[in-house]
Design a protein around this ligand. Structure first.
Ligand SMILES: C[S@@+](CC[C@H](N)C(=O)[O-])C[C@H]1O[C@@H](n2cnc3c(N)ncnc32)[C@H](O)[C@@H]1O
Length: 273
């Protein structure tokens, strides 16, 4: 049976929350919170053609589908099974799983499944935490990609070490950084500690600290980007308007990352040990 643009639009509309803006057939784009399309070429991609690849913390799968689009021969997209499995700070965890689901949004993997079907993609979603990546279970990968995850983990270096354990080629790590720290500390590895209950955010590094974390996990950095901003997508909730701190944040963003959005920096690394 032929799938029409109307069918795709219907299944896109039925997903309660889209994290990623993803282009689907029929000129349809999912209404994500974040739109990686304008920055995807700024990421330091290795050649993935014919390679076995893994995307860690895939959400709706933007980076996994990008690996496939670039010619990967096999792509696994790893994510946790449910919202209770995030590394919630103690106060949030004490509220219980139902409350956590309300804070983090509805069912995990719904958007991924709709996008995969619409794209006719062969990417496979696997439910495994970054901490538990095990070469004995999943094998090893020529290319591992991980985006915007480390800030949500209580022990990011342990997760990076697990990534190191399944990576036999290149690791592309694209993480949220702090614009203001990028401006003030170009070389120093400085980290902002948040321990934020609502957004489940722990550590926000300077670009130098992000590189240091990847290095500490056993990688050698081959190259890294300058900071760049991931634009907010159409579904992102409105942000705190014109408070002094928000205006300062946006000014630092424009200076450090050249635009508005969420500041990121990316590295391409190879296992060293
Ligand atoms: C902020 S989103 C980033 C999505 C995507 N990687 C990107 O770069 O746009 C973080 C994702 O990591 C997942 N996640 C959270 N804790 C995780 C863990 N311990 N292991 C693997 N994925 C995790 C979340 O479920 C979510 O899908």
């Amino acid at each position: 049976m032929q799938v029409t643009a109307g069918d795709i639009q219907g299944s896109v509309d039925a997903v309660a929350l889209w994290y990623h803006t993803i282009e689907l057939p029929g000129g349809i784009a999912t209404p994500g919170w974040f739109d990686l399309r304008p920055v995807v070429e700024r990421m330091p991609w290795p050649d993935v053609r014919g390679k076995r690849c893994l995307d860690v913390g895939t959400y709706d799968g933007f980076l996994a589908f990008e690996l496939e689009r670039r010619g990967a021969s096999e792509v696994l997209a790893a994510d946790i099974a449910d919202h209770a499995s995030w590394d919630w700070p103690a106060r949030a965890r004490a509220l219980g799983p139902d409350r956590l689901a309300t804070m983090a949004g509805p069912e995990k993997g719904e958007g991924f499944r709709v996008a995969k079907a619409a794209l006719g993609s062969a990417v496979e979603r696997v439910e495994v935490s970054a901490y538990d990546l095990d070469p004995g279970q999943l094998g090893t990968f020529d290319v591992v990609v991980c985006g915007s995850l480390m800030l949500h983990l209580r022990d990011p270096v342990r997760a990076l070490e697990a990534i190191r354990g399944v990576c036999r080629g290149h690791f592309l790590s694209a993480e949220t950084i702090v614009a203001d720290l990028a401006l003030r500390f170009r070389r120093r590895a400085v980290v902002d500690f948040l321990g934020d209950d609502q957004l489940c955010q722990w550590w926000l590094p300077s670009p130098a600290a992000h590189r240091r974390m990847v290095h500490a996990a056993g990688f050698r950095i081959e190259r890294h980007t300058r900071p760049y901003a991931i634009p907010f997508g159409p579904a992102h909730p409105p942000r705190a308007g014109h408070s002094a701190s928000e205006l300062r944040r946006r000014a630092a963003m424009r200076l450090a990352a050249g635009g508005d959005g969420v500041p990121h920096a990316a590295v391409l690394a190879v296992p060293e040990i």
